[in-house]
Design a protein around this ligand. Structure first.
Ligand code: AGP
Length: 370
């Protein structure tokens, strides 16, 4: 096991550090930058299904559901196809309206999650075209879908999903750009500049890992005794906030909630005092001014702000108690980049609390029960 951990203390840390490679591997053979194309046989062979779809329904659980939410932002923005994202467990029990004009995408690292599998079967029975985004090759979900794309993240051992999540976001980004280019909603110049930026994401993740690792470790020390956390983000980073909160709660057992930052004033603001740490994702591109006012509201109530900002940020940084800098990207890539320090934060808080990071209590890597 020590050899498999490759010198890291836990699989989770190893997997966090593998992300430049796992994202690169997920794009390899698909994103052909010098030809200016995205090759995805699973999509291309069924392009008419996607093109003529009334809507795309994404079903998943847990972290994969968070990836699905970001997929909704991506596909609606770049391909202009309506997307709905559902918890597989809710979808399957509510007699959903599905027709043969729907495309249902299931996202699952393990490819074995019982609720996702059952929801897919239901969609298939009702005539939808079903597509899988799985990490485990030849898994049950991969086998029952009409087509799919594997994430090539490699085996994920830590129960808390990290590299599978960013690989899922990579696939969803490729799908959104490919569909958008094909159906004419994403012009060639924008397509070219977006794929060049996507190609450079692994380098940016490397940069984030080396520039934030020690800093985040130190920040974590100050929150070992915390009992609650709020995670806030807007737009693409709202699901990233949900994911940051899930990472923290599942491995450190600290209660954490993710919220769209604007929803704060509809309830969670009542919780804010000097004992409430708030992680806020505040990149330049993506409603930055609105986030600035959210931070002002938090500071007026003495909340402790841990801000994830772009390099060179001044406004949010001036108010925050802790600042984590990440490189600037187009908004659609910011959840991939911002998730990395949030994974590290959850990891180190859990380690300092003496928790079993790779095998948290009550959780299984694949949830094969309903
Ligand atoms: C992630 O950290 C969790 N352990 C969990 O939410 C997980 O994402 C969920 O059970 C779905 O698993 P799947 O991707 O294998 O279907």
């Amino acid at each position: 096991e020590q050899i498999e951990k490759g010198g890291y203390e836990h699989f989770m840390l190893k997997e966090i550090f593998e992300q430049p490679k796992s994202i690169h591997d997920t794009m390899r053979g698909r994103l052909i930058l010098n030809e200016g194309v995205i090759k995805m046989a699973g999509i291309w062979d069924h392009i008419e299904k996607f093109k003529n779809a009334n809507r795309i329904i994404i079903i998943a659980c847990g972290t994969s559901w968070h990836a699905g939410l970001i997929g909704e932002y991506l596909i609606e923005e770049y391909a202009r196809v309506p997307v709905e994202v559902e918890y597989a467990s809710e979808f399957r029990y509510r007699n959903p309206i599905i027709t043969d004009k729907d495309v249902v995408i299931a996202i699952s690292q393990s490819g074995e999650t019982a609720d996702t599998m059952a929801a897919l079967k239901l969609a298939k029975e009702k005539g939808a075209f079903i597509y899988g985004i799985c990490n485990v090759v030849d898994s049950s979900i991969a086998r029952i879908t009409d087509a799919g794309s594997y994430t090539h993240a490699g085996p994920e051992i830590g129960v808390a999903s990290t590299k599978a999540f960013t690989a899922q976001l990579t696939i969803l980004t490729l799908i959104a750009f490919k569909l958008g280019k094909h159906n004419g909603n994403l012009g060639n110049a924008d397509f070219m500049s977006l794929i060049a930026e996507l190609d450079a994401i692994p380098k940016k993740i490397e940069e984030v890992l080396s520039s934030t690792h020690e800093l985040v470790q130190n920040i974590a020390k100050d929150f070992v005794g915390a009992t609650n956390f709020l995670y806030l983000g807007r737009g693409y980073n709202y699901p990233a906030a949900l994911e940051g909160a899930l990472k923290l709660k599942e491995i450190s057992y600290i209660h954490a909630e993710g919220y769209p930052a604007a929803e704060m004033k509809h309830g969670p603001i009542a919780l804010i005092d000097e004992n409430m740490p708030i992680v806020i994702i505040a990149p330049k591109k993506g409603h930055y001014d609105k986030i600035v006012s959210n931070v002002q509201e938090i500071k007026a109530r003495k909340g402790k702000v841990i801000a994830v900002v772009n390099k060179g940020d001044t406004q949010v940084s001036a108010m925050a108690d802790y600042v984590i800098e990440i490189p600037e990207t187009s908004e659609c890539f910011s959840p991939i980049v911002a998730s990395v320090p949030l994974q590290l934060l959850a990891y180190y808080i859990a380690v300092y609390r003496g928790a079993n990071v790779d095998q948290p209590r009550n959780l299984a890597k694949s949830v094969t029960v309903e």
